[in-house]
Design a protein around this ligand. Sequence first.
Ligand code: SAM
Length: 211
Amino acid sequence: MVTGRGGELVLRRDGSAFEVIANGVFLMDTRNGESERLLVTGAADRLTPGATILIGGLGVGFSLRAALDHPNVGSVVVVEREAAVIEWNRDGPLRSVHGDALADPRVRVVEADLVAWLRSTLSAGERFDALCLDIDNGPEWTVTEGNAELYGESGVDGLARLLHPGGVLAVWSAGAAPSFTERLRARFADVRTVDVPVPRGEPDVLWFARS
Ligand SMILES: C[S@@+](CC[C@H](N)C(=O)[O-])C[C@H]1O[C@@H](n2cnc3c(N)ncnc32)[C@H](O)[C@@H]1O
């Protein structure tokens, strides 16, 4: 167990799988990852070779691996606020889950709070071809209070301004969030949602938005 910026974090082994538990609540495991991969491949499929991708939330690295394996992806910035998560992926038990993806020269890992980092990156003028965000259970179920800013009107506007023309915003959620869909529709010309069935309960939901 470690105490991270968002609270207590535990990496637990269950047979051949690993589970990440945050503040006593299940956050992520290495069992499936279909929707986490689709978050990135769905965005990259809409881009052209050499694309610059931002991944918000490293987790167990499914999204990162999918980005590196996609022919359109040129470079990836991963923003993760928990030093322990980065360490578990870089030199710890999660490294084998994604074949040491953090060592790939196309990857830059930034240890930071994504909300604050995006704000300063917007001011600094850096732009991306895709923003792939998976830091919460969803726009209406954030893991920490400060994350909610991302999904509000000014958050969505900031995300849109961080994209190159034709760029794609992709967002992951463990369930539907109709008011977030409406907020995206108010800012982006093309908004699609994709339901990804899961073994139990509500499907995961992905949004892909572009201007
Ligand atoms: C569900 S996991 C991401 C899963 C990832 N898509 C994958 O493929 O494994 C969410 C991650 O976001 C991180 N996170 C949560 N809030 C954050 C924030 N404000 N800034 C940066 N990272 C954050 C968590 O520490 C966790 O590693």
